[in-house]
Design a protein around this ligand. Structure first.
Ligand SMILES: NCc1[nH]cc(CCC(=O)O)c1CC(=O)O
Length: 311
């Protein structure tokens, strides 16, 4: 393998995204000691726009400018949260996934400055979240709590919380760990209490498809379990034609014995209807498992629930 001298890494420029790039740089340098890396930060539409994402072509709002820099040859490698990569359309033509890194915590956390747990929060507590997935599940399990819209990167949301725009937040544990703010977590919510989003906690490395030198150099960072889980989850989302604001949650789990399970839910925003599916695959390939769970949800009426939310 010929390892390139320099790999230029493009990503969003939020503190979380830059921390992700630092992890990739560290892993790459450990694998190829002579390799130099450079960071190419870009600001995406999703970072700039603080309103409703559906108004700025929500799909891909956090990935479009990153992909464009990769395709234009301004960088050689893109780092994305899988959670932010649309699954209702193919990857941008000319790009491929070269690796999925070992998965971090997939769970959401409650951040409450008073230190209360979800069950202890008094009626009317305002939870800052613009996520339909989080709001629908909270409405189902804790209907006495109120969701107030809140966007912006995790650091900005913590600032808004302290400025009184909400009383508590729901944020991904992995994201808080990446920005060095795991200290604000009051309670980690089990995946049963708050089903995570598709692709939670997984970072994807994306390259130009003809750039075999870079693909070969970075593919050693890939984790086989993360690959199988992500493949199943993204196929589920693809078959459901879910978009960034779809009321869909789900996660796959690769077991030691090689089995793969995938559970998923589709909600109405008020949380009153929850469709559930859970299947195991031994010898089945991950994509087939994703399709099968999606079909089980479609049979229960998922199409209507998903289409009722504007893109
Ligand atoms: N929508 C922003 C975003 N994209 C990925 C993560 C979390 C990290 C991950 O799952 O990789 C977050 C923040 C959050 O939801 O709290």
């Amino acid at each position: 393998m010929t390892v390139p001298e320099l790999i230029r890494i493009v990503s969003r420029s939020s503190p979380m995204a830059l921390a992700q790039v630092e992890r990739v740089r560290a892993e790459l340098t450990a694998l190829h000691p002579g390799l130099r890396t450079e960071v190419v930060p870009v600001v995406t539409t999703g970072d700039r726009w603080m309103g409703d994402l559906s108004q700025v072509d929500g799909k891909g709002a956090f990935t479009k400018e990153v992909d464009a820099a990769l395709l234009a040859g301004e960088a050689d490698l893109a780092v994305h949260c899988v959670k932010d990569i649309p699954a209702d359309r193919p990857l941008p033509a000319g790009t491929v996934f070269a690796a999925f890194l070992e998965r971090d915590d997939i769970r959401d956390a409650l951040v409450h400055p008073g230190g209360l747990t979800l069950d202890e929060l008094p009626a009317g507590t305002r939870i800052g979240t613009s996520s339909v997935r989080r709001a629908a599940q909270l409405a189902a399990s804790h209907p006495h709590l109120e969701c107030v819209p809140m966007r912006g990167n995790a650091n900005r949301r913590l600032e808004k919380l302290h400025a009184g725009e909400a009383d508590a937040l729901l944020l991904a544990v992995s994201g808080l760990e990446r920005i060095g703010r795991a200290d604000v977590v009051t309670q980690v919510l089990s995946a049963e209490t708050m089903c995570p989003p598709i692709g939670a906690g997984v970072l994807a490395l994306q390259c130009r498809e003809d750039d075999t030198e870079v693909i070969d150099a970075v593919s050693g960072l890939g984790d086989p379990d993360a690959h199988r889980e992500t493949t199943a989850e993204r196929m589920l989302l693809h078959v459901l034609q879910g978009h960034c604001n779809s009321p869909i949650a789900g996660y796959a789990r690769a077991e030691r014995n090689g089995d793969l399970s995938l559970r998923a839910k589709v909600f109405t925003p008020d949380g009153k209807t929850v469709l559930n599916a859970h299947e195991w695959a031994g010898p089945l390939d991950p994509a087939t498992l994703g399709t099968s769970v999606a079909v089980a949800l479609l049979r229960q009426g998922a199409r209507e629930l998903i289409d009722s939310i504007p893109h």
